[in-house]
Design a protein around this ligand. Structure first.
Ligand code: GLA
Length: 657
């Protein structure tokens, strides 16, 4: 990219050409280099079927080119025009209970609809042909936040597509019956026509059917993306394509699978300014999106300049927060900082969503901060293409996420809180983390953390076992390794395929009543407890009260050249921090800098010629941080090397070493 891009969603169709002229002037002054255009333009460029009106859009593209601003050019298919659903009401999606979703907002299409895909494809063909050689075209922005609102469709068209998907996966109905354990509750199918999406049922539906429907729905949406991507590729094989993931992680869309189909990944991120840990939540999402593309730089495609409009109470970003959180994304590997949206809408459902140019115009606090950040980022071009490296990986798998949160389990196990329980203490200890799919090559990591990987394939279990045997450090939390990819339990004692490496067997699950905790040596356990029988593992901590008092709670097993830890409960945050500090110290994992104050985030991006240390003060107080060696602060005024950095509350420094 050769620079850190700056910009946002630009919706000129909502404004007159006089406003466009002011937009160009203000964008230039703010150092804007990339804007997403056309996302919601379908009804304006194709006002009636097949009658295209691109004249106004040509002007917009020409304006951008004339001002040296790139277009992240949308395929314009995110919100079908009203005429399409009048002409073809069968494109409208249906919920599990049969409710049809009507036009009047956006994303009102059934992902499996061949009619939607056909009309969308025709439009994309027009857009791609028309702008293939336009000088403003910088990157293709396919669709918009796929799966944001319409995540699954249960209509008859989807049902037929689901059957096709199942036939591809299982071949014959007997194999499907086995995979779905249909002898249970008399669910055996004798013909494909009897198979439906998991529509609303009297009680718990078949878990394997639900999991397959989640996989299918993701694939159906991905197919919409691929149809458009392939048209684009035909016309512009060298222009990169992306689509913006919904922040920070979104259960319906498997970012790992989707990332493989994109040239650069991008993310929309809306941490809540009222949440004191919002930056930690964001950090987890940024580590994941970066890892999804093997550590390559990514784009922050959308964030709010200040408040959003879709929470019950929408906090503005206090002075300095927008800058701090923007630099956080860059620190964690982003090569672009973009916003939703450029100019705050006068009407429509998002009129109270903040913008780079607020209702009050350019003479506003938000716009002044936007201008200042644009100047800073423009001067930091050398950061682009530098890479973040981590020694620790947390394993995340969309299949597992969908399965572990299923119905009728021993207790409720929500995956994102489980991730955060492990991620936050590492973040607080200033340790850099990747968040990767379990089937990734893990050999280069010093430490692997596995929170509640309930669904685990035999292959991944074998790879984790080898990883430890070869000298790795593994931390596994409860309710991991319980079922295979079809939600069938591994028999003979939990966690079947990990028993050997962990050196234990779990006899029974003892989830804790809501809000309760249980005593554990050194602190408390939350959420869960279990009856563990060690088979070679050493007990590090025992439960100290209740029926399990005196039994193992946390174990450690030397296996081959490595070590495998097991947590039979979720330790309280202080105990988790103590435990993970011990595990990582033994594994040789160091913080980015020793002795950093609480609330200061530190990340290094490695460039070809220099390393860049980012220091971000998320705390409310000023701090002084001594540096290991003299370095130039790219954001400082002096230009000469410094040996320590004074960071105001919400302050940022980027140090070139
Ligand atoms: C999403 C969408 C945008 C806008 C923002 C508002 O990210 O992609 O079009 O609706 O939300 O926060």
């Amino acid at each position: 990219m050769n620079r850190i891009h700056y910009g946002g969603d630009y919706n000129p169709e909502q404004w007159s050409p006089e406003v466009w002229a002011e937009d160009m002037k203000l964008m230039t002054e703010a150092g804007v280099s990339l804007v997403s255009v056309g996302i919601f333009s379908w009804a304006t460029v194709e006002p009636t079927p097949g009658a295209y009106d691109f004249g106004w859009f040509d002007q917009v593209m020409d304006n951008l080119a004339a001002n040296g601003i790139g277009a992240s050019l949308a395929t314009m298919t995110a919100s079908p025009p009203p005429w399409l659903s009048v002409k073809h009401p069968e494109i409208l999606p249906e919920r599990a209970d049969g409710t049809r979703l009507w036009p009047g907002s956006r994303q009102h299409y059934c992902p499996s609809s061949p009619i939607y895909r056909e009309y969308a494809g025709r439009l994309v063909e027009q857009v791609a042909q028309r702008y293939a050689d336009h000088p403003a075209l910088t990157i293709w922005h396919i669709g918009n936040e796929y799966g944001c609102h319409t995540r699954q469709c249960f209509c008859d068209v989807s049902a037929e597509d689901f059957r096709r998907w199942l036939r591809d996966r299982y071949g014959d109905i007997t194999t499907l019956n086995e995979a779905w354990s249909t002898t249970f509750w008399s669910q055996r199918y004798s013909d494909w026509s009897e198979v439906f999406p998991p529509r609303t049922t009297p009680t718990f539906g078949n878990p394997a059917q639900k999991l397959d429907f989640a996989r299918f729905s993701d694939d159906a949406i991905l197919q919409c993306y691929l149809v458009e991507r392939d048209i684009i590729r035909k016309h512009t094989p060298r222009v990169p394509v992306t689509t913006n993931f919904i922040g920070l992680v979104h259960k319906p869309i498997d970012s790992f699978k989707w990332a493989a189909e994109q040239d650069i990944v991008s993310l929309d991120s809306y941490p809540d300014p009222y949440d004191p840990h919002a930056h930690v939540e964001a950090a987890f999402g940024y580590d994941l999106v970066r890892s999804a593309k093997g550590g390559r730089p990514w784009l922050l495609m959308e964030q709010a300049p200040s408040a959003v409009n879709w929470r019950p109470r929408n906090a503005p970003k206090a002075p300095g927060v927008m800058r701090l959180w923007s630099w956080q994304a860059v620190a964690q590997g982003a090569d672009g900082v973009l916003f939703f949206q450029w100019r705050q809408a006068q009407g429509g459902a998002e009129k109270f969503h903040s913008a780079m140019v607020p209702h009050g115009g350019p003479d506003t606090r938000t716009h002044r901060e936007i201008q200042a950040l644009g100047r800073e980022l423009a001067a930091a071009a050398e950061l682009s293409d530098s890479l973040v490296r981590a020694e620790v990986a947390i394993l995340h798998d969309w299949d597992n996420w969908r399965a572990v949160e299923g119905d009728a389990h021993p207790g409720v196990t929500e995956l994102l809180p489980a991730h955060r329980a492990h991620f936050d203490p590492l973040f607080d200890a200033h340790v850099t983390v990747d968040v990767v799919h379990p089937a990734t090559d893990l050999s280069a990591y010093k430490m692997i953390v596995v929170p509640n990987l309930y669904l685990l394939s035999r292959d991944v279990a074998a790879a984790l076992t080898r990883y430890v045997a070869d000298g790795g450090t593994l931390v596994v939390s409860f309710f991991t390794g319980i079922v295979d990819e079809q939600e069938r339990v591994y028999l003979g004692g939990y966690p079947g395929p990990l028993r050997e490496v962990l050196g234990l067997r779990i006899d029974e699950f003892w989830p804790l009543p809501v809000g309760n905790s249980i005593g554990v040596d050194g602190g408390k356990g939350t959420i869960w407890s279990e009856w563990i029988e060690t088979e070679g593992a050493e007990t590090i901590a025992t439960f100290t009260d209740g029926e399990l008092a005196g039994r193992p709670a946390i174990t450690r097993h030397q296996y081959g050249e490595g070590v495998a830890w097991y947590l039979g409960t979720r330790p309280d945050p202080a105990l988790m921090r103590t435990l993970l500090d011990r595990v990582r110290t033994e594994a040789g994992v160091e913080p980015v800098l020793p002795g950093l104050p609480d609330g200061v985030q530190a990340v290094v991006r490695h460039g070809g010629e220099a390393d860049y240390l980012f220091l971000l003060n998320h705390s409310g107080s000023a701090v002084t941080i001594p540096l290991p060696s003299p370095a130039v602060d790219l954001l400082g005024s002096s230009g000469s090397p410094v040996t320590s950095v004074d960071l105001a509350a919400r302050g940022v420094a980027v140090l070139r070493h």
